[in-house]
Design a protein around this ligand. Structure first.
Ligand code: FAD
Length: 292
């Protein structure tokens, strides 16, 4: 990488559920903020209590970190006024970036008078209508969303989210660069010219990644299994392999003009740090000033 200045990074965290997890999260953020990332994002829980922790965590992040914060917000099986109350709490707390998602219904209760069973399009529309100065990211699926009827349908749906006011999309993770690049080409050919930022998941635990991937429709290359098995549980060697795989995936994308990577950190920073540094990120010793 010659021109490291142009590469941008963002890092996604999930809300901590214990004080130990909370300590780990703040440590992780402290390390990553020295790379001057574009933003940190905080995922949104599927249930009431988890949602409150998400809100508190995103707002705390905004207060404590100089890095811009993007709060995820879902609308499935929730009443409209409840969703907008949360959006306003983010806005009032200085969080001006939202990752607007439908989410997945956790039971059969569609909620009342809300966005239940609708899509992220309605949420984006409501956010743009009701909040000033708001920056919106949405989800995109290079391998298709599990509920998508076709690749074309998926693109039409993504286009509707941009038409409603979304600024960029962040993709579901993928392990095959061509899969993302084909999706980017198809999106461009369809007329989508908003940024579609690749979501990168470093592999901490291949079995867990395989399980989760089945649910979210991402595919894990078959040859990863033997590659990790050959290392026979050697933690350090597995770590190095994961860093190597993610770095070479990103390097390929860099060569294809990608200039922003969004990392699913799982609140563990070591791999994300190593990969970001390998891609040209540099530590900054001066504390950056606060951003919304
Ligand atoms: P939508 O964009 O509304 O729809 C998803 C797909 O359904 C579309 O791509 C399309 O294939 C199909 N679809 C829906 N409506 C239509 C329609 N009218 N016509 C045609 N097709 C349609 N989940 C959480 O609970 N919390 C989080 O914090 C969270 N963060 C995420 C961050 C990223 C970057 C990604 C990629 C996913 C995240 N998710 C999160 C998961 C997400 O909530 C699920 O994937 C959910 O199933 C879909 O949400 P969406 O916003 O993509 O939905």
């Amino acid at each position: 990488m010659n021109d490291s200045q142009k590469v941008r990074f963002s890092y996604e965290f999930f809300p901590p559920r214990s004080s130990e997890m909370e300590r780990r999260l703040w440590r992780a953020m402290g390390q990553l903020e020295r790379l001057q990332p574009e933003f940190f994002s905080m995922t949104y829980g599927a249930l009431g209590s988890a949602q409150q922790i998400s809100v508190d965590s995103a707002l705390a992040m905004r207060r404590e970190s100089p890095v811009a914060v993007a709060a995820h917000l879902t609308c499935a099986a929730a009443a409209a006024d409840q969703v907008m109350r949360v959006a306003r709490a983010f806005h009032d707390g200085g969080v001006r970036r939202i990752v607007a998602l439908r989410g997945d219904a956790v039971d059969d209760d569609p909620g009342s008078g809300g966005y239940a069973y609708a899509s992220a399009v309605e949420l984006v529309t409501a956010l743009v209508d009701e909040l000033d100065d708001i920056d919106i990211s949405v989800a995109a699926y290079p391998e298709g969303h599990p509920q998508s009827r076709s690749g074309l349908d998926d693109l039409r749906h993504l286009q509707r989210k941009f038409d409603a006011g979304a600024n960029r999309a962040i993709t579901q993770y993928f392990f095959d660069a061509d899969c993302y690049l084909r999706f980017r080409d198809r999106a461009l050919a369809f007329g989508i010219d908003n940024p579609v930022i690749p979501g990168i998941l470093p592999i901490h635990d291949l079995d867990k990644v395989r399980q989760f991937s089945q649910r979210c429709g991402a595919s894990v290359p078959r040859h990863y299994g033997p590659m990790f098995e050959r290392l026979q549980g050697d933690t350090q060697a597995c770590y190095r392999l994961s860093v190597e795989l993610a770095t070479s995936l990103c390097e390929r994308l860099l060569r294809e003009g990608v200039d922003h990577f969004h990392f699913y950190t799982l609140n563990q920073t070591d791999m994300c740090l190593d990969i970001s540094l390998a891609l040209g990120a540099r530590f900054n010793s001066t504390r950056i000033s606060s951003a919304a």
